[in-house]
Ligand binder design. Sequence first.
Ligand SMILES: Nc1ncnc2c1ncn2[C@@H]1O[C@H](COP(=O)(O)OP(=O)(O)OP(=O)(O)O)[C@@H](O)[C@H]1O
Ligand SMILES: [Mg+2]
Length: 510
Amino acid sequence: MSFATILSRSQQGLEAALVRVEVHVGSGLPAFSIVGLPETVVKESKDRVRAALANCGFELPAGHITVNLAPADLPKEGGRFDLPVAIGILVASEQLPPGPFDATELYGELSLGGELHPVRGVLPTALQGMRAGHTMILPAGNLGEAALARQARVLGAAHLLEVCGYARGLRTLPAAAAPPDSLPSAAVPDLADVRGQSRARRALEIAAAGGHSLLMIGPPGSGKSMLAQRLPAILPEMTEDEALETAAVRSLAGRGFRVEEWRRRPFRSPHHTASAMALVGGGARPRPGEISLAHNGVLFLDELPEFDRGVLEVLREPIESGHIVISRAARQSEFPARFQLVAAMNPCPCGHLGDPAATCRCTPDRIAAYRGRISGPLLDRIDLHVEVPRVGPAEIAGAAPSEPSADVARRVMAARARQLARQGRANCRLEGQSVPECALAEAAALVLLGTAMQRLALSARAYHRVLRVARTIADLAGQGQVRSEHVAEAITFRQLDRRAGSAAASPISA
Ligand SMILES: Nc1ncnc2c1ncn2[C@@H]1O[C@H](COP(=O)(O)OP(=O)(O)OP(=O)(O)O)[C@@H](O)[C@H]1O
Ligand SMILES: [Mg+2]
């Protein structure tokens, strides 16, 4: 035999299309070529494979070796094709039997000595391989991650020689162990640590119950970052499907993905110096950004006005659509990005505007410029604006702990269960006309909302957002119908609309 085909997959966004690695060993002068739109890393595969085969005691067949990665129009990246290419050469030159590689996909980057190194994006690949009913052989270092695809037949190997021993029937390869179902008990910060701030805590609870976006405004050291960090602990647990989607994105990003944490809701807090690409993803070979890594979890933007305005603007579209499409000349990659946005900011550059205990020295122009860094359209997309004032010394020193996260989480769960039973999704995902339909608001509540819309010059989007928040408040209260008091409370969380334009210099708390 001078021809062999080995199966593998390429990676594009969360898609993992089947790739046939065809190897032909022909007569002619010794040469080795890889065709089929391979990128530089794949082209370098030649040298790694050549060295690995030699160091494992195999002969590189004399003659012209042609490797074709089909289909040719699919971009291929990374070192994942090293193993299929090496095995393809061994099968084509009859140094290994072809049988063991039927309906089997191979992945792995080879070291020059033949060790198999983990590759990026194994989980989405394993999920596709599972659907195709194929066996997969991949680097031992990727085994835990691949095991999240529960029904997949996955075998791990640490060295090229182990795969060869398996092909000759001399040894078995270890299968993936089932993934852990429970979360490791890490020390998660608790809401009991946060003193005072009853209004901000209420906003956090509403945000958690309905999945709403939240902006906290307050002086330095009032507990904004503290509150945000405690949000994941009061959110309902992720479903298995949600956890798998999130894990697939993390697997693609390839940065320190810890499998035992796969059920933990992500909490991402990129620094304000982050670039647009770091936030939404990108690159010549598109990778997921922070918004996708926060998929099904929380994206916390601390010191919001310090972010570059252009960087914040790229968030507008994914906030609404829940996904991001990154287009490059050669390809398009799509990543999910259904995140809950939580942001924090000071009321002015010095941070003390409206603070009774300190004097603000900012000029109106500076304050306007500071707030102006957050565009109206972005603010419009944030459901809840809440003030987080300075806590007094008596409250901080007070001995009584505040309500713990576990108690708040119970109310949040009950409210979320009501939403799922009524409309099959969280309130934050109600769109357009389905908002009034699901809100079941009483007439007086709608009149109140109409008046508020005029007074505060709310946009149609903000109108729906207020109604969605009111729906969540009613769910927390266990009420089927949205009443005036729910709408009234929801409106109190639109502080920045109230000051739109005119009063940048006025204190937030005025
Ligand atoms: N409400 C509070 N209850 C208990 N401790 C608090 C509270 N607010 C602040 N602290 C203490 O102050 C520290 C700083 O709080 P945090 O980082 O949340 O402030 P911040 O509002 O984010 O400030 P900045 O605007 O400077 O980012 C906390 O680690 C905590 O020790
Ligand atoms: Mg902070």
